[in-house]
Design a protein. Structure first.
Length: 418
């Protein structure tokens, strides 16, 4: 790959956006970045591609509040001449993708409303019932054994199955979707293959729903998008893929990170089986301390500007450091104190490109149901390994456990299906 031009962030003592510290201790890493570089950090993506990581809460708030100056239009990127066709982050930082992620202005607003309306039409009681059905079915597969890995046997399998059900995808396709989503989000050698699997899955769904509409999210989006100035099948396909990727993996990690907190943190272990209030409190703390979505790509500067003391050139890529911003000492002076339900975190983004509220509510229902069902079914669940031995997936974008081994008193299966 051609080296980036002089004067870009890569020539300013840049920090590689990779490596084991994103797995082992990202909080300390972000703290060092902030101390060394300030609220806007020069970073290098795979292939020596330069970018800026925004770790300051106020700076991130500024970026996400000004979509004209900090655009979501990836065509503005000044590094496209240096990006090869097989770059592993292309599924995460795409060009000319007709999805809501890269749509701007009034058309983006209309598109966001279409997605929100399609999700809002999902019956909340039905959603909860689906989540309970799949959760109970998955617990049935290991509850008689007295031990399991919560991540691979439960958290990683649940959200995609619930989402597939409400979107209109057959239940049987859930496991393959999990593998494809993981490959795409981790941004390594199988990223493009994972993206292609999603394209095939949703292409088939779109074709089926065009021929035979049903009572599901895909059908509602196709119907609402129809018309000469609406959104075509290709745009609906892209948005469904975005919704699945954004809805599954972060929710799976929210489940795993919440259970890790409840099993290892003294602030929660005493109330582990003491009531459902502690579940909501732990879920909220995770969004501050261990948010699944660590960094998001991104925004592009529409013109030369200064931000956080840095000279940002037109076309520079700015990555949103959501996790680092949540830990900014200017907004959270004492990280050891519980937030008490404060929801000013940036874990779902901010501004017109934030996660739609119905999507956030869907994720919360799935995650909370998953944790509550597990604790109801296995009330004496306990960590099977030392807490310090738990490891994270090698991704700078999402923070989730590779495994969460637990033990519990064996209980009978309820007879549901997973």
């Amino acid at each position: 790959m051609t080296a980036p031009p002089p004067g870009c962030p890569a020539h300013a003592q840049s920090v590689p956006l990779s490596g084991p510290r994103f797995q082992t201790d990202p909080v300390a890493l972000y703290r060092e970045m902030r101390r060394t570089h300030g609220p806007v950090v020069p970073v290098v993506l795979p292939g020596d591609v330069p970018a800026w990581l925004v770790v300051g809460y106020r700076e991130l708030h500024q970026i996400t509040s000004d979509p004209q100056l900090f655009s979501r239009d990836s065509d503005l990127w000044n590094q496209w001449p240096h990006i090869p066709a097989d770059w592993p982050l292309l599924p995460m930082i795409g060009r000319k993708q007709p999805s809501i992620l890269y749509t701007v202005g009034e058309r983006h607003s209309r598109r966001a409303r279409l997605i929100s309306d399609a999700l809002e039409a999902v019956d909340p009681f039905e959603l909860r019932r689906y989540a309970e059905e799949f959760a109970d079915g998955l617990v049935d597969t290991f509850c008689t054994r007295g031990e399991t890995d919560i991540i691979s046997r439960y958290a990683m399998l649940l959200p995609v199955r619930v989402l597939a059900r409400i979107y209109g995808i057959p239940d049987a396709q859930g496991p393959d979707l999990v593998a494809a989503l993981n490959d795409m989000i981790d941004g390594r050698e199988r990223a493009v293959a994972g993206q292609q699997h999603l394209i095939r899955t949703f292409s088939a769904l779109i074709a089926e729903r065009q021929a035979a509409p049903a009572h599901d999210v895909a059908s509602r989006m196709l119907a609402a998008g129809a018309g000469p100035d609406g959104f075509g099948p290709e745009e609906i396909l892209q948005d469904l893929m975005v919704m699945m990727a954004a809805g599954h993996q972060p929710t799976a990690d929210w489940i795993g990170n919440t259970l890790r907190l409840m099993l290892t943190d003294d602030r929660f272990t005493a109330s582990l089986s003491g009531g459902r209030h502690s579940v909501a409190e732990a879920m909220n703390e995770v969004l501050w301390e261990d948010t699944p979505t660590q960094n998001v790509a991104g925004r592009w500067a529409a013109r030369d500007i200064r931000l956080g003391g840095r000279a940002i050139a037109a076309g520079d890529l700015l990555l949103l450091g959501l996790a680092a911003a949540n830990g900014d000492p200017q907004v959270r002076t004492d990280a050891s104190v519980l937030t008490g339900g404060n929801n000013a975190f940036l874990s779902f983004g901010h501004g017109e490109h934030r996660c739609p509220f119905p999507a956030q509510e869907t994720a919360e229902v799935i995650a909370r149901t998953a944790v509550e069902v597990l604790l109801d079914r296995l009330p004496d669940i306990d960590l099977a390994v030392p807490a310090e031995s738990l490891t994270r997936r090698p991704s700078p974008w999402l923070r989730g456990l590779t495994a969460l081994p637990v033990t519990f008193t064996p209980t009978p299966a309820l007879g549901g299906s997973a």
